[in-house]
Ligand binder design. Structure first.
Ligand SMILES: [Zn+2]
Length: 399
């Protein structure tokens, strides 16, 4: 069976949008023209600089490849290569003449066990299966003229979701969630596992700590993260944990909608916060946060010093003053919610709700009135109630 259904929803959607972008189409037309003139030389370069692992040389690796290819339903002749490198790495390049090439670094082949390798192999095959080569991200990011920041951001955001899809394909091939996590640990640390005992819970803990840091009011992901093409490894492990608990990996798992929402929350850890954005949708969300934060703070009839302090961390010093017309802002809330709903994604709306929870937590106690206000706003924004519960817990855990 084809494993197309495992592909991340965001990968699918953003890639569809990117295929319509003028610059992307222009580069693709250029590549197509060049390909029509003859092979791009990929295979020749591989034959010259790497070693092709034939079935006779590495029957065990070919058996694994056969298994992965069958599990994913990939239909294309595949050649396997190894190149000399102390860095654990693997890659899959765009097919040439109807042949797909997967290459592994020598150190990876020697240090990874069967599950770990199957994950890597399935991941690379996933890139092919999901058409990730259709978006020439390398050409676009490195080409001249450089893409606009908006396009660069869209490309790198897509690329991170493409990695999530490929990871799911890899996990589907390995059928061993601990082996998969260990594989990502080895890739991230460069360790072979001989010296350090791998602990999946502690590795994932790194995400919780990132989240705790980002949950500081007004704090988003640092700008250098926005343009990274790969999600951080602990995030990938967490995203895979959500996948393992979903109906895509087991019969009685969580729905695909829940899975994708959870993954989007994780990925916001590498995305710009709406508090800094200059788009209409960011402006709408700030306006909503402004009115809703005051309404949450005022839920029990008075706004405390600590609540004012948090509010000012979001909106700047002296943004709060006694003259703010709280009644009017509260009446305006419904309109602001509607504007946000019309212009933002679920993940962005989740960010607003998360920030509201931060305001409610300001004085270290959450009262029912505050919770009621947040729950009803979340409900109008069509954010699942369990998200509020999670965001309310001081340590935001996702599963
Ligand atoms: Zn990849």
């Amino acid at each position: 069976m084809n494993a197309d259904h495992l592909r991340s929803k965001q990968d699918r959607e953003i890639s569809r949008q990117l295929m319509e972008v003028k610059e992307v189409r222009r580069i693709n037309e250029m590549i197509e023209k060049r390909e029509a003139e003859g092979p791009m030389g990929t295979r020749r370069r591989l034959l010259a600089t790497s070693v092709r692992l034939s079935r006779g040389m590495a029957p065990w690796l070919h058996d694994m490849a056969d298994d992965c290819i069958e599990k994913l339903g990939v239909e294309i002749p595949t050649e396997l290569y190894v190149y000399s490198s102390p860095t654990y790495n693997a890659a899959c390049v765009k097919p040439e003449d109807g042949r797909l090439f997967i290459m592994f670094s020598s150190s990876l082949l020697e240090a990874f066990d069967e599950s770990e390798l199957k994950f890597v192999m399935g991941h690379e095959l996933g890139h092919y299966l999901y058409g990730h080569h259709d978006i020439p991200i390398g050409y676009l990011l490195k080409g001249k003229p450089r893409p606009s920041p908006k396009l660069a951001l869209q490309l790198t955001t897509w690329s991170r979701y493409a990695e999530i899809s490929a990871d799911r394909a890899g996990a589907h091939c390995a059928q061993d969630s601990i082996g998969v996590a260990r594989s990502l640990f080895k890739l991230a640390s460069g360790l072979s596992g001989k010296l350090v005992k791998f602990n999946i819970e502690e590795f994932m803990q790194q995400v919780d700590e990132m989240q705790t840091e980002d949950a500081e009011p007004g704090q988003g992901a640092p700008q250098e993260d926005w343009f990274m093409t790969h999600p951080f490894s602990p995030l990938r492990v967490r995203a895979l944990r959500l996948y393992d608990h979903s109906v895509l990996a087991k019969k009685d798992g969580n729905s695909v909608e829940e899975l994708e929402a959870g993954v989007q929350v994780l990925m916001t850890l590498m995305e710009p916060s709406y508090l800094e954005g200059r788009t209409d949708s960011a402006e709408n969300m700030r306006r909503l946060l402004f009115a809703a934060a005051l309404s949450v703070a005022n839920a029990n009839g008075e706004i405390s010093e600590k609540e004012i302090a948090v509010f000012e961390k979001f909106f700047g010093k002296r943004s709060f003053n006694e003259d703010l017309n709280l009644d009017r802002l509260e009446q305006d809330l419904t309109d602001r919610v509607a504007q946000v709903k019309a212009t933002s994604t679920v993940a962005q709306r989740m960010q607003v709700v998360r920030d509201l929870c931060t305001v409610a937590r300001a004085d270290n106690k959450i009262n029912t009135e505050e919770l009621d206000v947040i729950t009803s706003i979340a409900d109008e924004l069509e954010i699942p109630a369990h998200f509020v519960d999670q965001a309310m817990a001081l340590e935001v855990k996702l599963d």
